[in-house]
Ligand binder design. Sequence first.
Ligand SMILES: [Zn+2]
Length: 144
Amino acid sequence: MSAPYLADGLPIPLATELDRPFWDGLRQERLLLQRCRACHRFQWGPEWICHRCQNFDLAYIEVPPEGRIYSYQRVWHPVHPALRTQGPYLIALIEIPHADNVRMVGNLLGDPRQAVAIGAEVEGVFEQHAEAEPPFALLQWQLV
Ligand SMILES: [Zn+2]
């Protein structure tokens, strides 16, 4: 558990029928990603159909919250009023080797002015928002 990376006041994620297992997993500090039961390949974000084989039989599988930085952006311009006093901050695109190298968006924790190396190894940090209504969790990333 960690303090929120971004300022209070941002819209909170609301799970849908499609992505509820992912959000519920984060609340339990588990990373669950979508994998096809027919071709056994992961895909992200969640879809009703497998991108590769067009099968509708998809499942959520737990994978270790470990990845590497595929790309990132250091954001200086506030994209929401709640972030008016927050710049800069780091958005990272994280590749997940344990899940066919699917890529997920998150924040890179630590000094927002730190040097960021493409390919650096990171681990997931489950950011709990237990007081929110409804409660939710986010998956953030930090260098290993
Ligand atoms: Zn498939």
